[in-house]
Write a protein that binds this ligand. Structure first.
Ligand code: ASP
Length: 341
């Protein structure tokens, strides 16, 4: 689909109050920005990066790499007509289909009742978003989330209602089945029935993506099966705007992965974006959000959360609770800094 974010308006640098403040500060009229606080003044004192380094794509985990490649293919080249939202959708669809870690898409590990239930969300910087949760048999929940945003007056559809909407839109809804690998692992799990999330072990992962296109439009997306062997009906942070993903023009966006309950309790992605609004760099914003997750959720040694942020300059940040959180920036994989070890 074509560029479809008419409300984001001109390049954020033209309109941002923060950037208006930066301009004023560079003219040595510091007092005019007093309401932004000292943190903002510190940020304003830093040199401005070149504007913007787009297109930019940032994604969680190793599977972010093929997702980024698919996304960047849409955003590069002369005569590009695809948007950041198209890119995020395309990237997430790659992982939904390939499902390399059995944590995204129909090939995922099931809940404790043997059902694969999927969550997804998209959001663009003008505040529009669409989400689906607890859906079964939907091959591309990320596209269904986009349809919720574009074709309904709602933001979040769940379960049978979301599946009914999918059929109404002509989206195929298959009979829920398990892949042989997922079924074998679930049956092995049934012998013990122990629910214990392991740090960085692939009983939970998510592809979450942020893209900034050459028109200065930012979009985020996330798609996941949540935690393996979760209670039937459990929904995590990924399809909740402000928790798993959040974008706000002209500030920036943030995305999460990890133990969703800890992120839901803190609205992690929203925290990071609000930190950037207050003047934090994307890196500082991720650190602040992860510190809050740790402060509000006991025993951080027992869970993992990874946070990524991107601002409209194209600058990114990354932070995790534990080591081992990898992310893809453009066409390269990186390991995020972490708070505990
Ligand atoms: N955040 C996802 C959830 O809790 C899982 C993950 O990203 O690891 O559903």
């Amino acid at each position: 689909m074509s560029q479809a974010e008419p409300h984001q308006g001109a390049h954020p640098h033209a309109t941002s109050r923060r950037n208006a403040c930066l301009a004023l500060l560079s003219a040595a009229t510091v007092g005019a920005c007093a309401s932004e606080g000292s943190h903002a003044r510190e940020a304003a004192a830093k040199p401005l990066p070149p504007l913007p380094r787009a297109p930019m794509v940032l994604s969680t985990w190793n599977h972010g790499l093929p997702a980024n490649l698919a996304a960047l293919e849409l955003l590069h080249g002369p005569g590009v007509t695809k948007s950041a939202l198209d890119a995020v959708e395309a990237g997430c669809r790659v992982v939904e289909l390939e499902c390399p870690d059995m944590t995204v898409g129909l090939g995922s590990r099931p809940d404790r009742d043997g059902r694969v239930t999927l969550d997804a969300a998209v959001m663009v910087g003008d505040g529009r978003g669409g989400c689906v949760a607890f859906v079964q048999g939907v091959k591309h929940p990320i596209s269904l989330a986009r349809l919720v945003m574009e074709r309904t007056p709602h933001v979040l559809l769940v379960g049978a209602g979301a599946e009914q909407f999918a059929r109404e839109c002509g989206v195929e809804v298959a009979l829920p089945t398990l892949t042989p690998a997922a079924e074998a692992q679930w049956r092995a799990w049934l012998t013990e029935k122990k629910y214990a999330p392991k740090i960085n072990i692939e009983n939970h992962d998510t592809i979450s993506m942020l893209a900034l296109d050459a028109q200065g439009v930012m979009a985020a997306g996330s798609t996941t099966s949540g935690l393996a062997y979760k209670m039937h009906g459990r929904v995590g942070d990924s399809p909740i705007l402000g928790a798993g993903i959040f974008v706000d023009a002209p500030i920036g966006g943030a995305i999460c992965t990890g133990l969703g309950e800890t992120v839901l309790r803190t609205l992690g992605a929203h925290l990071a974006v609000e930190a950037m609004r207050a003047g934090a760099t994307p890196q500082e914003a991720c650190e602040q959000a992860i510190d809050r997750v740790i402060a509000k959720n006991p025993h951080p040694e027992n869970y993992q959360v990874g946070m990524l942020a991107l601002d409209y300059h194209g600058l990114h940040g990354a932070c995790a609770v534990q080591s081992g959180f990898t992310f893809a920036l453009q066409t390269e994989l990186h390991e995020s800094p972490s708070r505990l070890r």
